[in-house]
Design a protein around this ligand. Sequence first.
Ligand SMILES: NC(=O)c1ccc[n+]([C@@H]2O[C@H](COP(=O)([O-])OP(=O)(O)OC[C@H]3O[C@@H](n4cnc5c(N)ncnc54)[C@H](OP(=O)(O)O)[C@@H]3O)[C@@H](O)[C@H]2O)c1
Length: 496
Amino acid sequence: MAQENSVTETDAPLAIVIFGVTGDLTHRKLIPAIYSLTVGGKLPKDFHIVGFARREWTDEAMREDFSTGIEESLHPDQPDALVLNKILQNSYYVQSTFEDPVGYAQLCDKLDALKVKNVLFYLATPPEVYPTIVENIRANGINHRKSGWTRIIVEKPYGRDLDSAIELDNTIHQVFEENQIYRIDHYLGKETVQNILVFRFANAIFEPLWNRRYVDHIQINVAETVGVGTRAGYYDTSGVIRDMFQNHLLQLVTLTAMEAPVNFNADAVRDEKVKVLKALRPIREMEAITHTFRAQYVSGVIEGVRVPGYKEEEGVPANSITETMLAVRLCVDNWRWAGVPFYVRSSKRMPKRKTEIIIRFRQAPLSLFNWVNLAGDAPNTLILNLQPNEGIRLEFGAKAPGPAREVSPVIMEFDYDETFGSDPPEAYQRLLLDSIQGDATLFTRQDEVRGQWAFTTDILKGWEANPVTNLPVYEAGTWGPPGLDEFIQKNGFSWR
Ligand SMILES: NC(=O)c1ccc[n+]([C@@H]2O[C@H](COP(=O)([O-])OP(=O)(O)OC[C@H]3O[C@@H](n4cnc5c(N)ncnc54)[C@H](OP(=O)(O)O)[C@@H]3O)[C@@H](O)[C@H]2O)c1
């Protein structure tokens, strides 16, 4: 078994080895993030990128692609020429399939020639090839270094269900120790997602209210305007449940529901998140039908443009029953949350892109004002906006001015951009830097990913045991079919 060396200094010579360097993720996210980190002086001075992929590229071709990726990400601004040149000159390409041992021999030669101390592997590849790559890393003895550390970042999806996630874990664990493995959920790299914890645990005023005594129910909504685009092949075998629910939505649930950790170390935080996953009441058999709602988009209009329906997207079978909308009713069976339902949903082709966590507080114990109440029965709502405008909003009732006997809804709002004056950094910047600094707080631990999959796999099994031949449909550019409202209304709640 590999041992991680305890060297944590970040200034030692470093190589980031990107498997799948010719792909979309590298071009759009990783290279721009590396550029921004370099501009900010966050990476070691002696730093290299070694790209590995199948395409017949040369060092030059890869550098050109990096340059375009950086320019596109900064548009209309121009990159800093010195920084850009430094990155390009320190970037090298290994052209090989992931199956060919010759490619790994070339990679080893390159790492030797560069004399780097620390190595960060990044699996920016289809998940099917993760085992092949880690096995070849082991075969070449580059899963640890004589002095310095070796770490590996694994992209999502991490498995397709509980069994495959365990199998993948077992394979990777034959080569890397758990403290070398950084499983990405890029949601955790978002500033506002981290802000959930700061908001909850750096302030004393909300935490006393953050429980079943004061909270009526919680909604988490991730709405996307995009369809499946060019990812139909992948998407049709995944749906919302694997693409969003198992990872991002459950992350938001655990961050919202967790207890205060004993400190802010990676393991302390993740211990608390795992406890929430353990407290989730399983959704099994017929409950997979009654506690979830699925639907699929048909053609419609978004921002004035007609878009195709899901089944018209290239690569989607005509009889597909893959959901592009999913709502789930969750119960967290612990002392804090007993009896407080969590309604979580995620959908494609919505009228607006937004991600928000909505804490709906109970109504006042007694209605003293027999007035017109425009604020409704439960006027106190706290909304954590995660995207696109990051911020926090508190809604409450106030007396309308003048003689009218009226309670009006009013808001107090914090806007991230307005307050701090700039957009928060991209998630990948933070995550790359944390992995280089050896901070795994924002990465998913083995037991966490298993907890997520255990819960999700029960739902998948319930769907399989109670098959449907088609799903309710909603027009692209609308907030969903009537069934979505009925799903929450049958328990006396309504979507915000
Ligand atoms: N793109 C995103 O925004 C995004 C977001 C979140 C997560 N992810 C995850 O990140 C990973 C990469 O996604 P992507 O969108 O970048 O995929 P992609 O565009 O399809 O890129 C895949 C990369 O893997 C290489 N590759 C595949 N099979 C190979 C083989 N047998 N031998 C050598 N190279 C091989 C490809 O090389 P060639 O093209 O040269 O053949 C390419 O560089 C996936 O796991 C995905 O789920 C992506």
